[in-house]
Ligand binder design. Structure first.
Ligand code: SF4
Ligand code: SF4
Length: 98
């Protein structure tokens, strides 16, 4: 899932990153990868501003204006009648965001 283009507040500070991989593990949307022992943002527009990566980065290498994140997915699922679409669970699960 992608969100609005160029609206995401996620930023990375490579000089603080030690390449521990926590952000890769917790991000439910596969926003990060480790390249050359540093985290890189693969696709910023996939970020839902849940804040999981920032909360799990012990080195201050990430920042995001944490939004409603999972709550938005739940509300959308109620409106649409389907399952929450944040990819945190089920077959699409890629991390432990919450
Ligand atoms: S959690 Fe922080 S230090 Fe670890 S790889 Fe991600 S940005 Fe780098
Ligand atoms: S805020 Fe959430 S969705 Fe965005 S990069 Fe961090 S963990 Fe991934």
């Amino acid at each position: 899932m992608k969100y609005l283009s160029n609206t995401v507040s996620l930023e990375i500070f490579p000089e603080h990153c030690i390449g521990c991989g926590s952000c890769v593990e917790v991000c439910p949307h596969g926003v990060f990868a480790i390249e050359n022992k540093k985290a890189v943002i693969l696709d910023k527009d996939r970020c839902m501003e849940c804040g999981a990566c920032v909360g799990n980065c012990a080195f201050g290498a990430l920042t995001v204006n944490k939004g409603v994140g999972c709550a938005a997915a739940v509300i959308n699922s109620i409106i649409s009648g389907g399952e929450p679409s944040c990819d945190c669970s089920g077959e699409n699960k890629t991390g432990n965001c919450c």
